[in-house]
Design a protein around this ligand. Sequence first.
Ligand SMILES: Cc1cc2nc3c(=O)[nH]c(=O)nc-3n(C[C@H](O)[C@H](O)[C@H](O)COP(=O)(O)OP(=O)(O)OC[C@H]3O[C@@H](n4cnc5c(N)ncnc54)[C@H](O)[C@@H]3O)c2cc1C
Length: 405
Amino acid sequence: MTSRLRKPHILIAGGGIGGLTAALALLKRGYDVDVYEQAAELREVGAGVQLSPNGIRALHELGLHEPFRALACEASGKQIRLWNSGQTWRIFDLGAESVERYGFPYYMVYRPDLLAVLADGVRCEKPDAIHLDSRCTGFEQTVSSVTLKYDKAGTENKVTGDALIGADGVHSRIRQALFGHDHPEYTGMLSWRGVIPMEKLPHHMRGTIGTNWVGPGGHVVHYPVHRGEYMNFNGIIERDGWQVESWSASGTHEECHACFEGWNADIHCMIDSFTTPYKWALMARAPLDKWSVGRVSLLGDACHSMLPMLAQGAAMALEDGYILARAMEAAGADISQGLARYEQARKVRTSKVVQGSAENGRRFQSRTLADSAAAQEYVDREWTPDKVRQRYEWLFTYDVTAVPV
Ligand SMILES: Cc1cc2nc3c(=O)[nH]c(=O)nc-3n(C[C@H](O)[C@H](O)[C@H](O)COP(=O)(O)OP(=O)(O)OC[C@H]3O[C@@H](n4cnc5c(N)ncnc54)[C@H](O)[C@@H]3O)c2cc1C
């Protein structure tokens, strides 16, 4: 139990999307928070994320909707295009309809913009809360405290607090220290990422719509970010061999073109237009049985990394961060109870999203799409308004402020 006379002190390993959201949500509820981030600067390899209304609700509640809106792009809708012919189906409207149905818009955002908005929010509450160049290596806990170990400029440091949250992403050191090494399985899919200055693309490819190209054994998602100044490209293709899961690994344009041989000229035009083609092997991890032990818990990709096919990883990290703060507050001075409540509130939903993401991947890359006539029938069958609603409605309507903790 923690003394009522001082604020509980929460340590967070990892200053990514989930770690910064948790930090801000906790600071706003009166906790003292310190975040330890390995990067020397809060800047990431350029890439985009799509953020659905369920995630935006958390940003709104934290007072960040307006600064975020100024940098992001609001999606007017989503369309499907066929890998070779480019035939196009509009599958749903977002824009005003998203606000009407779910309370908030659907945005497409450049990751460094989202991180900057979150970091500014944290620093407004506590200017020195974010410790950069601090690589977390492990922890020790007792019944009354937890000590985080981290390396800074080659020196080992220690800090003691009341709780530790491992928000240190897919390769989480805190998860390893809690539960040992994990054994991710290569999905057989490689993801190519690139950011393209919008002026390099022909007019018909610009606009505020999110596009999913679907094809046999692959799919490509692209959407505008950073006030529409860039197009974010993410092309996923079945490939053997490469199994490195890293934001910073890169390949060549030739390799990327070869992966999409036979695909529409618009795809190759985008590949030609990005400076560096980054590649990432998509690995699958089964959801964890347990996230918390005593005063230590996990958040975001550290405990439920998922394939990107429902575009929910960042939204789940935002939801986790917000719910963590609510659960801690609801449990009062009992820190372990707060973490247990958080885990209880989040596990079923996030496991369902992990599973739904894998299913959507199979849908986007069906072999049926190889044949144009069969493809038409397949798209008409798989993306009926009813089916689309079934797949997304439960995600978008989730309310971080109202779910029981
Ligand atoms: C190809 C691809 C496309 C995606 N598209 C989408 C999308 O459209 N929409 C969406 O919602 N999600 C998407 N995602 C998922 C999304 O990016 C992640 O789910 C989200 O970033 C998770 O947030 P996080 O805070 O858990 O992890 P991260 O944002 O990865 O943050 C982890 C942080 O911890 C730091 N860190 C790591 N190890 C240490 C350490 N030892 N010590 C200190 N700091 C450490 C890292 O530097 C990083 O800052 C996509 C993912 C991929 C791979």
